[in-house]
Structures are given as C-alpha cells and as structure tokens.
Design a protein around this ligand. Sequence first.
Ligand code: BV8
Length: 230
Amino acid sequence: MVLTGAGISAESGIRTFRGSDGLWEEHRIEEVATPQAFARHPALVYRFYNERRQQLLSDTVQPNAAHHALARLEREYKGTVNIVTQNVDNLHERAGSHKLIHMHGELLKSRCVSCGDVAAGVVTLDQHDQCRVCNHRGVLRPHIVWFGEVPFQMEEIAELLAHCTLFISIGTSGNVYPAAGFAKIAAESGARTLELNLEASSTPGNFDEARYGPAGTIVPLVVDELTGSS
Ligand code: BV8
C-alpha cells in the first residue's frame, strides 16, 4: 500500500501546502478548505479551487518520474499495489496507475449538494451552475474533502491497512489525520513501513526505514529494487 501526499506532485509544479507556508493568498488553507468557509464566502472558495484546476489543466503540469514509477510498480510488482492519495490532482491516473483511492477527493470533479450527483470534467465552478441531474442551481461544490469532513472510502482503506505487507509513504508531512496515522496502523498489522520524503515528516518514528530526497529521484530507485530491476 502506497500513501502519497503533496510532495509527490511538487516536481510537477504543484505547490505543496507546507511549501506555501499553509497559505493561499493571505488565507490559511485550513480556513478556506472548510464547509464553514464555503457557506460564508462561497465565491472565495470557488476561486480557490478554480485557480488550482486551471493550473492542473495547463500543459505545464505533467506526471513526474515518481508517478510513472508507481504505475510501473503496479504493472511489475509480484504482489498487489494499492495507492491511497491525499492529493486531489489527477497525476497518478495520467501516469497509468489504476488501483487508486482519492481519500480527499478530486479537483476535476463537482458534487451536487442537492442530489449528490458527482460530475467529472469540471473546469470552473460557481454559485450559478446548474446540476445536470436535478437541474437545481447554486448546488455544485468541489468534490473535495474539507477539514472537518470525513475522508472518502475509509472502509476500503482500513481493509488495505489490515492486510498490507509493505506500507510506503511518499511526499507527505504527516500533519493531517486520519492519513497521518496510517503508518502506525499498518505497522500494527505487521507491515514493513518505509517513508520516502524530502525531509523527515512529523511522524518518522512510525517507519522502519526512511529515505530522503526528491520523489522524482528516490521513488524510481525504490521501484527498481522492488521489481528486481536494479
Ligand atoms: C477528519 C483537500 C473525522 C483539500 C485536504 C480540529 C477541527 C477539525 C478537524 C480537526 C481538528 N484537529 C484535527 C482535525 C482533523 C483534521 C486535521 O488533521 N487537521 C490538521 C490541520 C491538524 N483532519 C480532518 O479534518 C479530516 N477529517 O478528521 O474527519 C474523521 C476521521 C477519521 C475517520 C472518520 C472521520 C479531513 C482532512 C482532509 C482535508 N483536506 N485536502 C484541498 O486540497 O484543498 S488535506 C490537504 O492537506 C492534503 O490533502 C493533505 O492531506 C494535507 C497536506 O498534507 P501533505 O500532502 O503532507 O502536504 P504538505 O505540504 O503538508 O507536505 C508535503 C511534504 O512533501 C513535506 O513533508 C515535504 O517535505 C515533502 N516534499 C516537498 N517536495 C518534495 C517532497 N517530498 C518528495 N519530493 C519532493 N520533491
């Protein structure tokens, strides 16, 4: 089981949360990425996500060597490879990964708060948009898990954690729960745990081993070792 965070997309040009000191413009991200912020200042929250979607959809943002290495691992590894990502970008899919859970949602999708419809291919969202299913207006929100909301597919993730033999964390600072607690749960289930990051995360004690460096450099090396091609 592989858990990825913002660090794996850093070399693709997407800023990490810590890299921006947790800020977007003058707002703390924890204050913008919440249901309360959306209720109080919808236009601000719509803009926050419209700007990130615009960047993700630009040609300059492409999967990097770490994303491609994980897709190769899924193809070539002797066991099953499952990725759980905290990221809302689509770079794992574009690199060819299939077994993938977006526990914090997906930037390019919207959800109707009235009928629950989830639509893909979103470019911009605003409070005037109409749901394609129930036709209500002003009901589309980013299909993103905000602070204080329950992450998606937690049952499937619990199953993966209970049965995984190797848990690899890539590019996450280990600050946001429940994701930050996964390594410990995997270790309690008997998995070997490996942290791949630019620097030590907040929970280095949860890992048997750690390797530090840019994901684009160290992830392909680890995948070579795991697939016997090194
Ligand atoms: C929940 C989508 C209950 C949004 C995200 C008080 C009030 C309310 C809640 C809480 C509270 N106190 C604690 C909580 C829980 C809260 C939380 O943890 N808060 C934190 C701030 C303390 N969590 C929640 O609210 C979660 N829900 O708890 O519900 C529950 C729990 C369990 C079961 C049932 C119910 C929901 C959290 C989800 C929030 N949404 N994303 C959006 O994108 O706009 S979180 C968002 O921030 C990311 O998805 C990610 O999870 C997190 C950022 O973390 P990272 O990915 O690690 O990124 P970061 O920048 O921090 O670190 C990057 C790392 O990469 C660094 O270590 C860096 O060194 C490294 N790096 C950089 N460059 C590279 C690199 N590594 C390799 N190569 C490089 N080139």
